[in-house]
Unconditional design. Sequence first.
Length: 347
Amino acid sequence: MQHRTVLLHEAVEALWDAAEGPHPQGVYVDATFGRGGHSRLILSRLGPEARLIALDRDPDAIAHATQGPDAITDPRFQIVHAPFSSWAEVIADLGLGPVQGLLMDIGVSSPQIDNPARGFSFRFDAPLDMRMDTTQGESAADFLAHASVDELTEVIRTYGEERFAWPIAKALVARRDEGQPVRTTGELSAVVARTVKTREVGQDPATRTFQALRIHVNRELGELEDALASALTMLAPGGRLAVISFHSLEDRIVKTFIAKHSKDEVDRRVPFAAPKPLMLHAIGRLKPSESEVSGNPRSRSAVLRVAERTEVPWSPESEAGAGRASRGKAGGAKGGGAKVGGRGGRR
Ligand SMILES: C[S@@+](CC[C@H](N)C(=O)[O-])C[C@H]1O[C@@H](n2cnc3c(N)ncnc32)[C@H](O)[C@@H]1O
């Protein structure tokens, strides 16, 4: 299936104030190029002196951006093969920054899921790879070749939220001990199907285990946390952060990060303590419309969260002190479903 970009217009327009549009000399970052749906729209909206730097850890995405009929030859554009945890270093190495807008559309792309050779899907029988960056790191099969029952249980329970994590882990290790380690998606599906007795309607028994191994192999949650932390140091005052996530574990990290740096929480034990500076202003949260979901069912679990960097300079104290601030200075977004794209002047 061709990749259909999720929340295309909403996420791109969230990168700047609706009334002002993109910064004329702004540096923008698309940290998850994929097939470039968001990047192409960002470029169409930027002025001649602005820059767009894209990243992706998948060599196929880099090839797509640089070779063949869909290659992007725009001189304002550059793509770097790197994990997005290092996006701030990438920008600094290019001699650029601070950044006016950072977009992350995290998770796997349809071309990754639908390519049997990548081993992401139980729909095809293929080697159990699951690495987004096929040039380095340990595949899912390599991990299964040495992980203990405890390690496997932890991974499957934490990242898959799988009730049957322990019996699945035991079955996988027992198979390995019998000299038949799981090396393919089909073998993994079969072991899980034999072990998991009950399953949510309409869900393959292996769904949660596949998700867990993918998150572990790609260190997905750690990548996200590291990338978010860099937004505090690398975004310009007024710069925007827009993150699309596809499952609750990721969304919880984004939500908590934005709340931590944008919310006024008075410590009742020291109610008159000096206000702590807030580094983010929460702009809002958005889900795909019904018509987007009906045209692209894979978008149904997507959530876009948007925040804006305040003027407060980054410092270890301001980061540690997130949580107590003067009311009204940079209050958080109220309620869900807020519109993105409003507020703030250019700084
Ligand atoms: C959902 S797709 C992005 C689709 C893209 N917005 C588009 O319109 O085509 C996610 C992409 O992010 C990449 N990705 C996921 N995690 C990453 C990470 N930690 N560092 C860099 N790229 C990552 C994947 O390789 C994949 O190409």
